[in-house]
Ligand binder design. Structure first.
Ligand SMILES: Nc1ncnc2c1ncn2[C@@H]1O[C@H](COP(=O)(O)OP(=O)(O)OP(=O)(O)O)[C@@H](O)[C@H]1O
Ligand SMILES: [Mg+2]
Length: 250
C-alpha cells in the first residue's frame, strides 16, 4: 500500500490515510483512501470547494456542516425506511492538503459487487433493489424531501458483510458509494428520472427480465399532474423530462 507520508497533518484521523484497495479506478485520484491500521474502513473525501461547485445552484445546501447533516439523515433513512443499509459516518474536517472537506468513512463490505454478480443468483435481489429505488423516487417526488442522487447504478451496491464480521452475520445488500450527492424538491426528482430509467433498462437487459413492479411505480409517477408552483418554463422542462423517461422505458 502506498503511504502518503507527510500529508496527514490536518486530517481528523490519528491513523494515516493510505491508497484504497477496493477500486483500481480510484488509485491516485485523491478521493478514496483507507486507514493504515484499520482495514475495515474505506475513507472518501470531498472538498468543500468541489461540493460548492456541485451545489452551485441550490444555495441552501451550500453550508458544509448543514450539508453533512442532511446527507447523514438521507443515508440513515435509506437503511431505516428503504431497507438498504449505508454503513457510513460523515465527518467534517481538513483534507490532507488542509482544505475544508467532508469525509465519508464507510465500512468496507466484503462480498460481491452487484455489477459483477452472477445474474441467475442475483436476479431477485436486483429486482427488489430497483423496485425500492422506484418507490424512493416516487416518495421523494411526493414529499419534496432531500434525497440521495446517483444511487441508481448496480456498481454502487455490494452484497456481503462488513470486513471482519463473523460468518454468522447474514449477508445483505449495502450501498457503498457514499458520495455526498443530495438534492431536494420535486423538480429535482424529475431531473433524475431519465437516468434512473436508463439504469433500470440496462439492468433488466443484464438480468434478462423486465422489472414490472418498478416500472409500474414509475409509470404511475409520470402520470401524476405536475404540482403547483412551477413556472411556465419549469413545466415545459418537466414535460420534456417525462417524455424522455417514457421514451427510455418504451
Ligand atoms: N465501502 C466499500 N466497501 C467495499 N467496496 C467498496 C466500498 N467503497 C467503494 N467500493 C468499491 O469501489 C468501487 C468504486 O467506488 P464508488 O462507486 O463509490 O466510486 P465513485 O467515485 O463514487 O464512482 P462513480 O463515479 O462510479 O460514482 C465500488 O464500485 C466498489 O466496488
Ligand atoms: Mg459515486
Amino acid at each position: 500500500m502506498a503511504s502518503m507520508e507527510g500529508r496527514q497533518e490536518g486530517t481528523p484521523f490519528r491513523d494515516r490515510l493510505v491508497e484504497n484497495t477496493v477500486s483500481i479506478y480510484h488509485v491516485g485520484r485523491e478521493k478514496l483512501y483507507e486507514l493504515e491500521r484499520d482495514p475495515s474502513k474505506v475513507v472518501r473525501v470531498e472538498t468543500f470547494e468541489d461540493l460548492l461547485k456541485r451545489y452551485g445552484e441550490s444555495r441552501d445546501l451550500a453550508d458544509l456542516v448543514e450539508l453533512a447533516a442532511t446527507a447523514r439523515r438521507a443515508f440513515e433513512e435509506f437503511g431505516d425506511v428503504y431497507g438498504v443499509e449505508v454503513p457510513v459516518s460523515l465527518v467534517v474536517g481538513k483534507d490532507p492538503k488542509d482544505r475544508d472537506a467532508i469525509y465519508a468513512v464507510t465500512d468496507k463490505i466484503e462480498g460481491v459487487n452487484l455489477d459483477a454478480a452472477p445474474p441467475a443468483e442475483f436476479k431477485e435481489r436486483a429486482e427488489a433493489l430497483y423496485e425500492m429505488l422506484a418507490r424512493y423516487h416516487a416518495d421523494k417526488w411526493a414529499s419534496g424531501e432531500p434525497f440521495l442522487v446517483d444511487v441508481d447504478r448496480l456498481s454502487q451496491y455490494v452484497y456481503g458483510r462488513p470486513y471482519g464480521a463473523s460468518e454468522s452475520e447474514p449477508e445483505k445488500v449495502y450501498l457503498v458509494d457514499t458520495d455526498i450527492k443530495v438534492l431536494e424538491g420535486t423538480g429535482f426528482v424529475y431531473r433524475v428520472l431519465p437516468h434512473f430509467a436508463q439504469q433500470l433498462v440496462q439492468v433488466e437487459r443484464h438480468y434478462g427480465v423486465r422489472f414490472e413492479r418498478a416500472r409500474e411505480i414509475i409509470e404511475r409517477l409520470l402520470q401524476e399532474p405536475v404540482p403547483e408552483g412551477f413556472t411556465e418554463k419549469g413545466r415545459a422542462q418537466i414535460a420534456a423530462l417525462v417524455a424522455e423517461t417514457r421514451q427510455v422505458l418504451a
